[in-house]
Write a protein that binds this ligand. Structure first.
Ligand code: HEC
Ligand code: HEC
Length: 416
């Protein structure tokens, strides 16, 4: 039997209660791992979506009194979300899950920023998206499990970093991929009974929309973003998704170094050559990360694919538990160095523990990816030296992006 992607339907609460069976996944896993990990055969890049023609709203972009009362936004000088300057290696070879109808625009992403930070989006004005996705932590939660609006109930999964979310090509969201897109995901925490509390008993998202109509700044902001004051679930989803897709990480130490050696025509785009400015340990870690196990490496890049470090579309699970049947994904590894709990259940507290898992802890099971099996199909045992394990950790720390983690355009726009 082929592996089944068992998708848990329903709420985040039931994150890992498997209730539904997704389609069988073709296990096109890396049967042929070559000496240098070829970045996963990336599908033809999405045809660059034609930017949604920004509606020309009638009022000139002047910050209304209500927006100025609550936020620090200046609508006549918007941040650039739509066309940030990116390094040349962020080209058409990097998969992108932006759908044709929702390309990032400055106006709608600005609305998304307000929504992301607005505690009024929870039933009792206590939590926003940013309560669990904190900018300083790469939009992750430093806590293993997050507290929801009640302050007493916890999520059953660890939160996920949001940087480079757009580069996970399947676009499916949550650890177990149960939601189809960044857009579809955005209303899930809102209606979740633990997280933001607008479940059926609270009137659902319709009740939130009624509440938002009564907040002076939203009709103005929706008009600014969409051309009229209509507030709908679809628009809330679009705005949050645009803000999240704008969270691109391209300023880590790894990026600075790689930009100096990148060549679009070189073999593997020079992703596995010695990097300037890196310590010996960081360069050794880079080599282990990028090189396949059968060539003396640790094979990480076959799934966590540079330059975005988003997970490869065809990755199966990484053998955390024996007999695992769920196929999990990973958020991009950018900013992994500022996370404090790792894997879907936050079971590891340090990157050393993560590396030891890949070194000696992989468990067999139906969802285990072939790339983590050694000869004979048994779970791999890398037998790395202590120095090599430390080198892998040192390399992952070069993926920390202080720019994304402090850029004002991704910060809280509300007046304190
Ligand atoms: C109470 C904490 C909490 C709040 C509030 C919260 N999240 Fe999350 N978020 C999580 C957790 C936990 C997960 C992982 C859940 C899972 O996979 O079951 C997650 C996962 C996600 C993912 C999936 C990322 C990926 O790569 O698959 C996205 C996107 C996301 N959240 C966006 C948001 C947005 C947008 C909001 C606000 C509307 C929000 N979150 C509010 C805790 C929270
Ligand atoms: C077969 C694909 C695959 C390979 C190869 C692989 N990983 Fe992973 N990795 C995953 C998956 C899937 C997850 C998420 C697992 C989960 O939480 O259930 C993950 C999770 C992680 C995480 C935690 C992410 C987070 O946000 O908590 C780190 C760190 C990580 N991997 C590092 C590595 C390193 C280092 C290597 C090489 C030694 C490696 N991975 C090799 C698929 C892979």
């Amino acid at each position: 039997m082929t592996r089944q992607a068992l998708l848990a339907a329903g709420s985040m609460m039931a994150a890992f209660a498997l209730t539904a069976c997704g389609g069988s996944s073709s296990t096109a896993t890396g049967a042929s791992i070559t000496a240098t990990v070829t970045p996963t055969p990336t599908p033809t890049p999405t045809p660059t979506p034609t930017p949604t023609p920004t509606p020309t709203p009638t009022p000139a972009p002047i910050t209304s009194a209500s927006i100025a009362e609550f936020t620090t936004l200046d609508l006549s000088a918007l941040a650039n979300y739509a066309n940030p300057a990116l390094p040349p290696y962020y080209d058409g070879t990097v998969p992108d899950n932006t759908p044709p109808g929702n390309a990032v625009t400055d106006r709608i992403a600005t609305l998304g920023r307000v929504l992301f930070y607005d505690k009024r989006l929870s039933v009792n004005d206590s939590v926003s998206c940013a309560s669990c996705h904190r900018q300083a932590n790469g939009f992750d939660d430093p806590r293993r499990f997050s507290t929801g609006f009640s302050g007493a109930a916890f999520t059953t999964a660890h939160a996920m970093r949001l940087g480079n979310i757009r580069y996970y090509r399947p676009g499916t969201m949550f650890w177990n991929k149960r939601t189809a897109s960044v857009e579809a995901q955005a209303s899930q925490p809102i209606t979740n009974a633990i997280e933001m509390g607008w479940d059926a008993s609270a009137g659902g998202i319709a009740a939130l929309i009624t509440k938002m109509r009564g907040l002076s700044y939203y009709p103005d902001l929706f008009t600014f973003a969409f051309g009229d004051a209509n507030i709908s679930e679809t628009r809330i989803q679009q705005a949050l998704a645009q803000f999240e897709r704008a969270m691109i990480s391209s300023n880590s130490r790894w990026d600075t170094a790689y930009a100096q050696v990148f060549s679009a025509t070189a073999q593997n785009r020079n992703v596995n050559v010695t990097l300037p400015g890196f310590s010996d340990a960081e360069n050794r870690g880079r080599q282990l990360f990028m090189t396949a196990p059968n060539a003396g490496g640790a094979g990480c890049a076959a799934c966590h694919v540079p330059p975005s470090y988003a997970l490869a579309a065809n990755s199966d699970s990484n053998g955390l538990d024996a007999g695992e049947t769920v196929i999990f994904k990973s958020p991009a590894l950018k900013n992994i160095g500022v996370s404090q709990a790792f894997m879907h259940d936050g079971r590891f507290a340090t990157l050393d523990q993560v590396v030891e898992h890949y070194n000696s802890g992989i468990q067999a099971g139906p969802a285990l990816d072939n790339r983590l099996s050694g000869p004979g199909g048994n779970p791999q045992r890398l037998n790395l030296s202590a120095a090599d394990k430390a080198a892998l950790v040192a390399f992952m720390q070069t993926l920390t992006d202080g720019t994304l983690n402090s850029d004002p355009k991704f910060s809280d726009p509300f007046k304190k």
